[in-house]
Design a binder for this molecule. Sequence first.
Ligand code: ACO
Length: 329
Amino acid sequence: MQGLRGVKIEGWGKALPERVLTNHDLEQMVDTSDEWIVSRTGIRERRVAGPETAASDLALVAAREALAKAGLDPERVDLIIVATVTPDMAFPATACLVQSALAANRAAAFDLEAGCSGFLYALAIGREFVASGTYDHVLVIGVDILSRITNWQDRNTCVLFGDGAGAVVLGPAVRGQGILSTYLGSDGSGGELLCLPAGGSRRPLAPEHMEQGLQYIHMNGPEVFKFAVRVMGEAAVKALELAGLGLDDVTYLVPHQANLRIIDAAARRLKLTSERVLVNLDRYGNMSSASIPVALAEAADAGRFRPGDILVLVGFGAGLTWGASVVRW
Ligand code: ACO
């Protein structure tokens, strides 16, 4: 990126619904156990949004917090990108709803869909706009209300997911500071391994599709697991290479929070001890696009990051997609 500006994270925020659904609650709903869920995934509880809460509501709370931390008036936001697979509705974009609610009157706004990799895709795009000098401030939000597309009678999937939102504000920085690299990938041939079959133009929300439960997440867990273990390590190493750094430089891994066994495998591949890996899936489950920015915001709020720390954000998701980014804090 010779000749371009550096791009830093100026503010961060998160939003989590109040209602907690524990593994013991799930034991009353499907044939499962706390022991199975904890040992196979690491998840103990997750947050579930109430029926009145939509993606834009959580996104707005996270966005306001991020803007406040950045000390930025919404009028100064140039672009809002919302990464989500659960927008309020197919259109208008959830980003436009957030733009209106924030009164970010100068901002362009659009949604982006890259499964659980959505936040990393949105971060990469936001960075390009700031690096090129096209925009000064980009609000990047990852939000998902997966509880709306979860089949609560399917124990294979309903124990895994949670609702939440995370946001960051990007702004210009000295070169060599902030986001040092981004790396994205996709393999659409694996699309059927993780999909929401109905609700689009291929299979509209018609009764015959809903009777088959096609409006819910469908997932081949073991195949997604194998894919995730492979790409998490590969993507992190690639992003480090692009940043001109090596494994020894990493201070913290900020992984997508899908399964503790996937995170542990990535950490082993990167030779990182557990205290260098941010984990919150025990409390929130897999929040899709929100998992990485929420982990980032929590650690930043807890004062875990020191100036100069090297963070590796890495994730995978439906598509199939994957991505990683190296950030100098
Ligand atoms: N409680 C009890 N038993 C269960 C449950 C449950 N909640 N779920 C599945 N089982 C059973 C299965 O039926 C199976 O029983 P069987 O052997 O009698 O058929 C057994 O447990 C083992 O099932 P596996 O699928 O082999 O279990 P595995 O160890 O692979 O763990 C899991 C399953 C947790 C889903 C794992 O494969 C995984 O995490 N995969 C990745 C999921 C993921 O990352 N998804 C990303 C989603 S991202 C997005 O875009 C939304």
